[in-house]
Design a protein around this ligand. Structure first.
Ligand code: 5GP
Length: 197
């Protein structure tokens, strides 16, 4: 069920954070959640293997391909996509429950997911985090050291495609200096969020 009760619009507002891998959107997301009271993060499901330090049900719900396809077939995802050869999806129920209770929700998902959300919930706010340049992004991905060379190449190819679609987002924030970008994101969310319940 995506219709709001009694034909009204949902009370909470949905913020969708997007941008290429390595751009720092994970860090910006963590800072936004720490800085903004009452902003809730929806933990995604993924078939990707956990990286060192990542925790099940905290960073992601790490699930099997079988479980993922089962959830998809049962319509449990608000949106889902294949990203860098793995499956990622947002659980519908988690988001709807929070929005209906008047709480704002933040998603960190790829462009394919962002377009699905836009269709289902047109009032959502789409924010694209862009790198200062593709060269800067490549350097960051290598410095992060979490991916193999093959995966870095794949992520860079996808980054180019994602950048081309940034104009479909409502806002673009360039992550040139983390602290500056973080403040811009906070200001943006505070100005767009729904009034307190
Ligand atoms: P990572 O593997 O680096 O954590 O994430 C890879 C990409 O998948 C990122 O662009 C991230 O935003 C995206 N992603 C994470 N969760 C979801 C999700 O639930 N749905 C979609 N469509 N993309 C996701």
């Amino acid at each position: 069920m995506l219709e709001a009760p009694s034909g009204q619009t949902r009370k909470g507002r949905l913020f969708v954070l997007g941008g290429p891998s390595g751009v720092g959107k994970g860090t910006l997301r963590v800072q936004a959640l720490a800085d903004i009271d009452g902003l809730n993060y929806s933990i995604s499901c993924t078939t990707r293997k956990p990286r060192a330090g990542e925790r099940h049900d905290v960073d992601y719900h790490f699930i099997t391909h079988e479980d993922f396809e089962d959830k998809a077939a049962r319509g449990l995802f608000l949106e889902y996509a294949t990203v860098h050869k793995d499956r990622y999806g947002t659980l519908r129920e988690d988001v709807v429950r929070e929005l209906d209770a008047g709480r704002d929700v933040l998603l960190e998902i790829d462009v394919q997911g962002a377009w699905q959300v836009r269709k289902l919930l047109p009032e959502s706010v789409l924010i694209f985090i862009a790198p200062p340049s593709l060269e800067a992004l490549e350097e960051r991905l290598r410095l992060r050291g979490t991916e193999s060379e093959d995966k870095i190449k794949l992520r860079l190819e996808n980054a180019k495609k994602e950048m081309e679609q940034s104009s479909g987002y409502d806002h673009v924030i360039v992550n040139d200096v983390l602290d500056r970008a973080s403040k811009e994101l906070r200001k943006l969310i505070l100005s767009e969020r729904s009034p307190s319940p």
